[in-house]
Design a binder for this molecule. Structure first.
Ligand SMILES: Cc1ncc(COP(=O)(O)O)c(C=O)c1O
Length: 401
């Protein structure tokens, strides 16, 4: 039975290196730079800009893309709401495109229906660890001159048509929050091949400093000590990652494939547990794709038993419990009520009523999705959970096959 550690000596060694530097100004940020380069090259990209979390990364990616107040950005509603919230952070408008009932993902067809003269960008989301069909989406984006940002907070080391997911869009955004494949508690990164976008990502996430660039995260001492030094050339946020977080990610990154394999192993157990089931259908993986399984998502598609009853029975039988899908972004009170920290008063949102948005597939799925944990680090634990799942299914369907 496979058993791995979430944190090992590797992460501790990198951390120790940082601590030995005692945060002295001349030594800081070397670990962040190293991590950025290691991360970007793992995904075959030239640049990586690390930030404090995977919401900040989306916000900065949109700013770097040149999204302006009043522009529209298309995204799916079935996602952790940061995707849509980041759009509001730029005073732009999220426009929700429906998802596919089987893959649970946004599609080029649904995106196309939502393109208007105001559309500037698309955020695709690799929901639950599986990427939408990027080739078609990139073709569509090219036709309409739209920037594509892959929100891969939940997707590490998955492949589509032989290419690693994260290498399709103009930029790809990642989160290192504690539930993700690799983690430092909180953190994120944007990767890109475009030097101009990378310079912007760095500057906008680093207080608009003049002296920073795609590969340079901090200004030199000689520069900043001059009384004539002008630091801020443009509005910027302070979203910089700390060296401590970067050190942990350095270690985690070396083990990324191991973590992905562990989650994929969990999925094999769950696949087996629901094999032949009439009531449970796993997120469908289109040919040519691999799923990195941030969670194992399936829909409970039956009149026999509802979501709550099934969960109650699963827990009664010893199951760990499972998560529902998040509320769709537009169903959240902040969208319904346009509680946008006074941005609702600047006129941009007057023409939009989020209460009348309707993505029927996403709404149906939101009520029926079951997300099972895949962040087990001990195969024996997931084996037990899968057996319990199998018994729960048999309780409702009898023995199959
Ligand atoms: C799809 C998606 N986008 C964005 C985020 C935001 O990342 P963070 O929590 O690091 O801000 C998350 C997860 O937390 C996510 O799952």
């Amino acid at each position: 039975m496979k058993k791995i550690d979430r944190i090992t000596e590797k992460e501790r060694e990198y951390l120790d290196e940082v601590l030995k530097g005692e945060f002295s100004a001349s030594k800081t940020y070397t670990m962040v730079t190293r991590m950025e380069q290691a991360f970007a090259s793992k995904f075959g990209k030239k640049y990586g800009v690390a930030m404090v979390n995977g919401t900040a990364t989306l916000h900065m990616a949109l700013e770097a893309a040149g999204v302006e107040p009043g522009d529209e950005v298309i995204c799916p509603p079935l996602t952790m709401s940061s995707t849509a919230i980041s759009i509001l952070m730029t005073n732009a408008v999220p426009v929700f495109a429906d998802v596919d009932l089987d893959t649970f993902l946004i599609t080029a067809t649904e995106i196309e229906k939502k393109i208007s003269a105001k559309t500037k960008a698309i955020i695709t989301v690799s929901t639950y660890g599986l990427s939408p069909q990027m080739y078609e989406i990139m073709q569509l984006a090219k036709k309409h001159n739209l920037v594509v940002i892959e929100d891969n907070a939940e997707c590490y080391g998955a492949y589509q048509d032989g290419k690693i997911v994260g290498s399709y869009g103009d930029m790809a955004s990642y989160s290192f929050q504690s539930s993700k494949h690799i983690t430092c508690g909180e953190g994120g990164i944007v990767i890109t091949d475009d030097g101009d976008l990378a310079d912007k990502l760095r500057r906008y996430s680093g207080l608009g400093y003049a002296g920073v660039s795609s590969r340079k995260g901090r200004i030199t001492k000689d520069d900043i000590q001059s009384p004539n030094y002008e630091r801020h050339v443009i509005l910027g946020w302070n979203y910089r990652m700390s060296d401590l977080c970067a050190a942990v990610i350095m270690g985690q990154l070396e083990r990324m494939e191991e973590f992905v394999k562990m989650r994929q192993l969990c999925a094999l157990y769950y696949d087996d547990a629901i094999k032949g089931s009439e009531i449970l259908k796993a997120q469908q993986i289109p040919t040519g794709n691999t799923n990195s399984y941030w969670t194992y998502a399936m829909k409970l598609d039956t009149d026999k038993v509802n979501w709550y009853e099934f969960r109650k029975k699963y827990v009664e039988m010893g199951g760990d419990g499972y998560y529902a899908a998040w509320k769709l972004a537009y169903q959240e009170p902040m969208f319904r009520n346009k509680a946008f920290l006074n941005r609702e008063k600047i006129g941009i949102y007057d023409a939009y009523d989020f209460r009348s948005v309707c993505c029927p597939n996403a709404e149906r799925l939101q009520r029926s999705i079951i997300q099972l944990k895949t962040n087990y680090y001990d195969e024996a634990e997931v084996e037990t959970q899968a057996q319990i799942l199998k018994k729960t299914v048999e309780y409702y369907e009898g023995k199959r096959g």
